[in-house]
Design a protein around this ligand. Sequence first.
Ligand code: 5GP
Ligand code: ZN
Length: 114
Amino acid sequence: MSTTDCIFCKIVAGDIPATKVVETDHVIAFRDIAPKAPVHVLVASKQHVPNVAAAAREIPDVLAEMAQVAQQIADAECDGEYRLIFNTGATAGQSVFHVHGHVLGGAALGWEPA
Ligand code: 5GP
Ligand code: ZN
């Protein structure tokens, strides 16, 4: 299921280009267009759900796979050490309402949000 005006659904569909890092049947990971760290990859479900709580409720196996993909990316790119952020709600900085975790790594990270 996709939402026609959702930018990440368009990336999943291939209608908007993205630099893919990992793709499985249910998960896609691609580089953030405006990186905030040397490694900044977004890990998203292919199915459209709006946030991490909805993913936990509706597609828990896919959310678990997203965590495994995040680890896989960090193992390949930043010695397995990283921050995984799910902004939830506009006030917290969420701008795309399709669940995605920010994998941030490759440098000592401060407390600035992704
Ligand atoms: P949020 O603010 O929802 O937590 O994260 C959305 C992220 O998506 C932002 O870090 C933003 O830079 C990234 N982003 C927005 N549009 C695009 C796009 O078209 N392509 C890619 N690769 N990243 C995007
Ligand atoms: Zn979507």
